[in-house]
Ligand binder design. Structure first.
Ligand code: GLC
Length: 434
């Protein structure tokens, strides 16, 4: 496959100065590829996006396509779990016949994809001024070994949603600690004010470590220190964190089905009015407050609970755009990435879906603030967010943790056995243990 020599920022700027017309001419000078429409000359860029995200990107892409005729984006529908979409991209790249020009990437994929050499380094295309409006942690999430491989389009942080109406009626303040959460939930369940106390994502998939890492940090623990490669899963803090989750099941504060739930199952139950507390991402807010939502106007959100004596930490999630090294259309792909991460696109998606933008300026946008008055407080949550380990072996490390957490939560192993085994396997993976 022909590999494109990616331009320096200067070369690129001179292309950009030509405008899209110049871009098309530049592309037409080379033999027409199969991803160029014979009739219109438009370049077609292919990307795979998880099924649930497609409706959120479609309007942004449609609008951009209406504004210019040179670039079209073809979306291939992927599965809903991020790790399954990642698996499909991985096999496409490993087989060497990837049809993808653009990659819509979860923050946790970046080190692996960059280390494997599947992505173009965008460093030279962006000046410090271009990056200045982006939230630093999200830009950092796109970096690997000195390169920049993903431009962030939306960020994410784990939050605690709760039924403000039920807490107020019972005279409770929203919980700060895990102990308060357990106590309030049990009390209101006993009074039959609500069926379930607490919903979280317990299925064996990427959502499980994303949720666990924040309980872990909230107990003073850690998973893998990406600098020293120390594994913290068999330390007492990790055991306390897992025991908190196990307790929610044992005390029937969480439904047994929680061990099979992804984000959407928990969101639907909460939205139906079946639970007091929910751990989820900000996208829940507009849906749970939609005109047909039974809990509209009855809910609030806050930073995650933590163990007494520790601090709150939501998991830093988020998605962004990268460019496949194998693309035949790097310059068109870069035009697309710039648009998909632009203020205009982010504002459109935030207003429609409640996603957290990665551009600081949008946290002061009057229209956004009118719809989401809590947005400025999200910047504080994001600053205190905890990362899943940014290491090239992340997918395998996550898989190990998912398996053992799942085994403990479904009582196939004790929490101690599960965490001990997870720690040992993770050390083996990282080459730091027997
Ligand atoms: C959200 C987050 C992403 C995380 C995923 C887990 O999409 O943005 O980072 O991996 O949830 O389900």
């Amino acid at each position: 496959m022909k590999h494109f020599q990616f331009p320096t920022r200067r070369t690129f700027l001179s292309w950009a100065a030509l405008g899209l017309g110049g871009l098309t001419q530049a592309c037409q000078a080379s033999p027409r590829s199969t991803s160029q429409n014979a009739a219109t000359g438009a370049i077609e860029l292919t990307v795979m996006i998880g099924a649930q995200e497609i409706p959120t990107w479609k309007p942004v892409i449609d609008q951009w396509e209406a504004q210019q005729s040179q670039i079209r984006i073809k979306i291939i529908e992927g599965p809903t779990a991020t790790n399954l979409v990642e698996d499909l991209y991985t096999s496409a790249f490993l087989l060497g016949k990837s049809p993808y020009d653009l990659i819509f990437m979860d923050i946790v994929w970046v080190p692996k994809f960059a280390a494997a050499g599947w992505l173009l380094d965008l460093t030279d295309l962006l000046s410090a001024a271009d990056l200045a409006d982006f939230l630093p942690a999200d830009v950092a999430g796109g970096r690997y070994a000195g390169g920049l491989y993903r431009l962030p389009a939306r960020t994410d942080a784990g939050l605690l949603f709760y039924r403000q109406d039920l807490l107020a009626a019972a005279g409770y303040q929203p919980p700060e600690t895990t102990l308060e959460l357990l106590k309030i939930a049990q009390d209101l369940q006993k009074q039959q004010k609500v069926r379930w106390g607490y919903l979280w994502q317990g299925k064996q998939y990427e959502g499980l470590p994303a949720m666990f890492v924040e309980i872990l940090a909230g107990h003073g623990g850690f998973w893998v220190d990406s600098e020293t490669r120390t594994v913290g899963l068999d330390r007492p803090e990790a055991l306390n964190a897992l025991q908190f989750l196990a307790e929610t099941l044992a005390a029937k504060i969480s439904p047994p089905g929680v061990t099979t739930y992804q984000e959407e199952e928990t969101r639907r139950m909460f939205q139906n009015g079946d639970a007091l507390f929910l751990r989820n991402w900000p996208y829940v807010w507009p849906l749970a407050n939609a005109t047909d939502s039974p809990v509209r106007g009855k809910i609030a959100l806050k930073p995650m609970v933590h163990a007494p004596g520790f601090a709150s930490a939501g998991c830093l999630g988020g998605w962004g755009w990268g460019i496949a090294k194998s693309t035949r259309h790097p310059e068109a792909a870069w035009q697309a990435v710039q648009h998909l991460c632009s203020s205009i696109a982010q504002k459109q998606m935030t207003l429609a879906y409640g996603y957290l933008p990665t551009r600081r300026s949008l946290y002061q946008d009057p229209e956004i603030l009118q719809k989401y008055p809590f947005f400025p407080s999200m910047l504080t949550v994001l600053e205190a967010a905890v990362l899943r380990p940014p290491i090239a072996q992340y997918a395998q490390a996550s898989d190990i943790l998912q398996r053992y957490l799942s085994a403990a939560l479904s009582k196939r192993l004790s929490p101690e056995q599960a965490l001990q085994a997870a720690a040992t396997e993770t050390r083996r993976l990282l080459g730091t243990g027997p």
